[in-house]
Design a protein around this ligand. Sequence first.
Ligand code: SAH
Length: 242
Amino acid sequence: MGLSPKGVQLLLEGAKALGLDLEAHLPAFSRLHDLLVEANRRTNLTALRTEEEVVVKHFLDSLTLLALPLWEGPLRVLDLGTGAGFPGLPLKIVRPELEVTLLDATKKKVAFVAQAVEALGLKGAHPLWGRAEELAHLPQHREAYGRVVARAVAPLCVLAELGLPFVALGGYMVAQKGPRVVEELEPLPRALALLGGGSVTVHTLVLPVAQEERNLVVMAKEAPTPSRYPRRPGVPGKNPLC
Ligand code: SAH
């Protein structure tokens, strides 16, 4: 099946607006589109169903991360709450030198991601099933990633507790947010002070085609996270640090 000519055009033109040439990666995105559509027929994997939705809201939205100068070189990246693989899979397709771990708490989503990694022949992409609150305490994951990314997982005050423990000193966590980010940013420094977080910068851009505002919230990791964080599964969400 693959992407239609209209889908290909949306992807190429949208990517161009983000400063990216995706020509060489069309086969991979086309295959990923098919796998998503097929999996969505069997189970409710993602809410986005039309070709345009998949191209714009999954592929292009994931790739807005590349507006930041943070992806050069052999880095370990953790996609926290990757769902069906976003933003991690598009990032890995376009920046194959990145080592990308795709973490989700829902088994069927991780199973889909594993299937996609296999079908696309992605080397250095690692599906991981579990809760961030537990995995962040394991030595092989704690402060082991140069970058942590997350899209549509939790409010910033919750996300900081789930994600910053994974970030190595000197690294960054990037949260992909929509237009209403100001209210979440205001209390955030209180949580960051507890977690070893430092400066926060916000990069605002427009999602191509949809013409919607997006905000990339970049949190720097400046000190080790105390071992009591993250708290037990569910606690960060129920009783946020800010
Ligand atoms: N990032 C994807 C999915 C967003 S839905 C996208 O943008 O399309 C949020 C996902 O985060 C869900 O799949 C859920 O299982 C996962 N999630 C939420 N809290 C989590 C936690 N504490 N640990 C691991 N995964 C979590």
